[in-house]
Design a protein around this ligand. Structure first.
Ligand SMILES: Cc1cc2nc3c(=O)[nH]c(=O)nc-3n(C[C@H](O)[C@H](O)[C@H](O)COP(=O)(O)OP(=O)(O)OC[C@H]3O[C@@H](n4cnc5c(N)ncnc54)[C@H](O)[C@@H]3O)c2cc1C
Ligand code: SF4
Length: 872
């Protein structure tokens, strides 16, 4: 056999890794040996996950490539060695070590460097960029040193650039305990991905997480004292004091080697290549962020992977060409979901927009569809991107249903049947994998789990946002083929949610990092497992949900222990157990609402919801409620909501039991219980069912002899009446049975599965449930009882806990400092004696003087064009 030829890859980044992996996988005859020159002193690593460095993960966790790949005799990785020049004629490159290396083929995969704008003072101590592990390690070291030097004051950080990198950097600063400000030149955050309304929603969400957002602001100079950063000056003269500046203002291709070697580069940089990823020297290719293919340079990893595959194909005699790329993005920035896909800005002629602005969850969702509303063209999701995995693959396709059903509240896109996805639809844009390829991996290549499908197809191995959809496709296909469906939670955990719950319960671990290290199969976690771990930890009562690493796993509402509303304010809904409230209690709630100018509404759960609270007001409101003997309540989170009751025997002529007393008892018992989904209960005092208990997860209906217990009901998209579990129970047995039902559900349900769906999936259905919770068929009843007892005895009011813990309270105090004036973006109209958010039409009408608006302090505001002066 002839000697293998030598391919040299310059650059040891993500795309270089993919190139080597693909080459070694496909070059089964060993026609090529490969040398990778990596200037950084480490193997290729997952740059996309760079920010996880700030959650305490070891940088080595980010390394890419199994040990056997780098130990392959046909692979040589040279860490800390840079290529310094190329001699095309002799097919040689010079190295930083002084050596010269011969090549048969050269692949440039040198990526990009972080661009720093031409403003004065960027060389001061305390200025950073955000590109490599060394960059983030330096940033962390600097901030930690400042904190050690000045323990009495919070470190202030400022990020120049409000794109996805800038927001990641702002999150990193927060994770380091620094205050963060984002300064963006464009009029909105993430201007390349979201439209003005999406940008506004994003700015509000991010702003309310403690990041000071300045849009439409140009940074003019970095200011310093004794050589160290002390502030920045904006165009117009405003100065912002800061100790650290991070530049996240874009990247530039590292095409210097190619330029010097005389290879053509694009107008805005990047080594010009054709569809085969070849430069004008056929012995040299360029892939990844350094390549300028069809006139474009791609700052995303997926196109780079496609180029790596094409180049490998060509080296092995194939004829692959770059298939084009998809700029779809889905990210979780500071705990806020943002996704943008397809024609997000509705540029296609006649394109229509369907917009949903969710007043309860505080989300902005937009779908762009063709002029006949049949074909999905693109979309933007801010605050809730659960539907992304199901929607993105449908871009350019007919939508099977009404567009609005995909973005309606609680739509996860999972309602979209994956079975109807045509085979040629791409589900993983990072790795260009179609639905058909996933199906074939199961049906034809014998893959038996999500992990195997990922290894076989590479679907979901990069950004991971397609994993929920891939998992669904795999399961559907397995069922079709009569194969037992794997219960593995995701690629990071071979355990099912129920098994993971038990594992965490037994080992008592309390951080995501420890749990994935001990019970996982490696990796940094994904959109599937992270929220599951957060929920499990909360169910097990592993400390306050804002304690330590847990805080980073929580969603926006849980971050601030209140319900985000469509105008960016929050609602507070005091717990009113069983809907029973004293006149004094009513007065307190009334006074709080009046004093803070809140809109009040009686909810379906028999509580009084107060809307329109700013974040800085939340601790003040909680203080008033706590002092009056109330606690705030959960109208968010996967937890107990309320126990609704009718007036019962005490007053009602038909009542046969004290439904109110039972409802109060149950609400106080299960408050704070975190579960796979929300929990609602109802108690009716007789069979007339005025509390609509059978529409709840647990319904209790009084009988002459005690209580009938119903389980697994719900309202919502697919209403379901609860099933009768037991009849004529006495109080004690009733409570014990509900304890066991809840704990059994919490331990064994799948992620985001309500009791109705769980019961439908339970082998043996309600009969089996009866055997477990009443007959102790599994011998776990004592364990379930003990678990509920632990929950009840350790329950603590999480809002009062914040008030009593200066560290947690500090999350809110930064808003208090920032909120000296009312927020001009909050505009209301008075209606039926209360203020409610103004609609877009009303804002326009106000500018014409036709409608009167008030601000968040309920003072009149005057609109003049796009400026909003506030009358004092
Ligand atoms: C914080 C962060 C978050 C991101 N998030 C996302 C995301 O969510 N989705 C997404 O698609 N993309 C994301 N990206 C972009 C993504 O990381 C890049 O697109 C991807 O890393 C490009 O891979 P590459 O191999 O072309 O370049 P790089 O990963 O930059 O690798 C190039 C390597 O080559 C080395 N090198 C350069 N010149 C030489 C030389 N002369 N000799 C030897 N070595 C050299 C460099 O030191 C570098 O290590 C993110 C980037 C960052 C920084
Ligand atoms: S359910 Fe029965 S007890 Fe309760 S209010 Fe209605 S009629 Fe009265």
């Amino acid at each position: 056999m002839s000697e293998p030829q030598h391919v040299v890859v310059v650059g040891g980044g993500m795309v270089a890794h993919r190139f080597v992996e693909a080459l070694r996988e496909r070059d089964t005859d060993g026609r090529w040996r490969v040398t990778v020159l990596a200037e950084e002193p480490r193997p290729p690593y997952d740059r996309v996950a760079l920010t996880t460095y700030f959650t305490g993960r070891d940088p080595e966790d980010l390394n890419l490539g199994e040990a056997h790949l780098w130990a392959d005799p046909l692979v040589r990785l040279r860490k800390g060695v840079a290529a310094t020049s190329i001699n095309k004629d002799s097919k040689q490159i010079r190295l930083s070590t002084g050596e010269t290396l011969d090549y048969d083929h050269l692949v440039l995969a040198t990526g990009s460097f972080a661009a720093v704008p031409p403003v004065r003072g960027t060389d001061h101590r305390g200025c950073f960029v955000y590109r490599t592990i060394d960059d983030v390690a330096d940033l962390r070291g600097y901030v930690e040193q400042l904190r050690a030097d000045r323990p009495d004051r919070v470190v202030r950080g400022l990020v120049v650039g409000g794109g996805l990198l800038g927001l990641e950097a702002a999150g990193a600063l927060q994770a380091l305990g620094a205050e963060s400000t984002v300064v963006e030149f464009a009029p909105r955050l993430m201007p390349l991905q979201v439209d003005p309304a999406g940008g506004e929603a994003l700015a509000r969400l991010i702003g309310r997480l403690g990041v000071d957002v300045r849009v439409g602001a140009a940074t003019e100079a970095v200011l310093a004292k004794q050589g160290a950063v002390s502030g920045v000056r904006l165009a117009g003269g405003e100065r912002i004091a800061t100790d650290v500046v991070v530049f996240a203002t874009g990247v530039r291709p590292r095409d210097e080697l190619a330029r010097e070697a005389g290879l053509p580069v694009g107008e805005r940089g990047g080594v010009v290549v054709d569809g085969a990823c070849a430069t004008d020297d056929p012995a040299i290719s360029a892939i990844g962020e350094v390549a300028c293919v069809e006139g474009a340079v791609w700052g995303l990893v997926a196109p780079g992977y496609a180029m790596a595959e094409v180049t490998v194909d060509r080296l092995l005699g194939g004829s692959g060409t770059f298939p084009g790329a998809d700029a779809s993005t889905k990210l979780k920035l500071l705990g806020v979901d943002v996704a943008s896909f397809g024609d997000a800005f509705a540029t296609a002629p006649g394109a229509l927009e369907v917009v949903w602005s969710d007043s309860v969850a505080g989300v902005y969702k937009k779908l762009v569809v063709s002029d006949d509303a049949q074909t999905l063209l693109g979309g933007i999701l801010v605050g809730d991107a659960a539907a992304y995995a199901a929607l993105r693959p449908r871009v350019g396709r007919l939508l099977p249903g009404d567009p609005s059903s995909y973005i309606a509240p609680e739509s996860t896109g999972a309602q979209v049947d994956s079975a109807d996805l045509p085979d040629d639809v791409g589900v993983c844009s990072c790795n260009n994998v179609t639905a058909g390829a996933v199906r074939a991996a199961v049906a034809e290549q014998g893959c038996c789990s999500l992990t195997e499908v990922k290894a076989c197809t590479k679907a979901g191995t990069s950004c991971g946002s397609c994993l929920p959809l891939v998992k669904k496709l795999v399961e559907t296909e397995q069922r079709r083929a009569g194969i037992e469906v794997s219960t593995a939670l995701c690629e990071h955990f071979a355990l099912s949610r129920a098994e993971l719950f038990d594992a965490v319960r037994v080992t008592g671990l309390t951080s995501f990092t420890d749990i994935v290290d001990r019970h996982g199969v490696g990796g940094n976690g994904c959109d599937i497992c992270k929220p599951v771990v957060a929920s499990i930890l909360a169910s097990l009562g592993s400390g306050h949900i804002l304690a330590g690493e847990q805080a980073a796993l929580q969603d926006t509402n849980d971050h601030l222990l209140a319900n985000l509303q469509k105008d960016g304010t929050y609602s507070v809904v005091p717990r009113v157990p069983g809907g029973e409230i004293t006149p004094d209690g009513l007065i307190v709630i009334g006074e709080v609402a009046r004093d803070f100018g809140l809109y009040t509404k009686i909810t379906g759960g028999q509580r009084i919801d107060m809307f329109g609270a700013r974040v800085d007001q939340l601790p003040l409101i909680w203080r008033r409620l706590v002092d009056a003997g109330f606690e705030s309540g959960h109208a968010y989170g996967k937890s107990l909501r309320t126990v609704k009751s009718c007036v019962g025997q005490t007053w009602c002529r038909y009542g046969v039991q004290d439904s109110v007393a039972m409802a109060v008892l149950l609400e106080l018992r299960y408050r704070g219980l975190r579960s796979p989904h929300k929990l609602k209960l109802g108690v009716s005092g007789c069979a007339r069912e005025c509390a609509e208990a059978r529409g709840k997860d647990v319904g209790v209906i009084a009988t002459e002899n005690g209580w009938n217990l119903y389980v697994g009901g719900n309202g919502g998209f697919t209403p379901r009446h609860a099933d009768l579990l037991a009849e004529d129970l006495d109080d004690e047995t009733l409570v014990r049975t509900i304890d066991r039902f809840f704990m059994y559900y919490v331990r064994t349900a799948d992620r985001l599965q309500r009791t109705a769906a769980w019961l439908a999936d339970l082998d043996g259905g309600v009969e089996q449930l009866r055997r477990v919770v009443l007959d102790d068929a599994l011998g776990i009843a004592a364990d379930l009882d003990a678990a509920m007892e632990a929950h009840v005895s350790t329950y603590s009011d999480e809002w009062r806990d914040v008030l009593e813990d200066p560290e947690k309270l500090a999350r809110f105090s930064s808003f208090v400092n920032a909120q000296e004036t009312s927020d001009p973006s909050l505009q209301y109209v008075l209606e039926r004696g209360q203020a409610r958010p103004a609609t877009a039409d009303e804002r326009v009408a106000a500018a014409r003087g036709e409608v009167e608006l008030v601000d968040s302090e309920r003072r009149p505001v005057v609109i003049a064009g796009d400026r909003i002066p506030v009358r004092s």
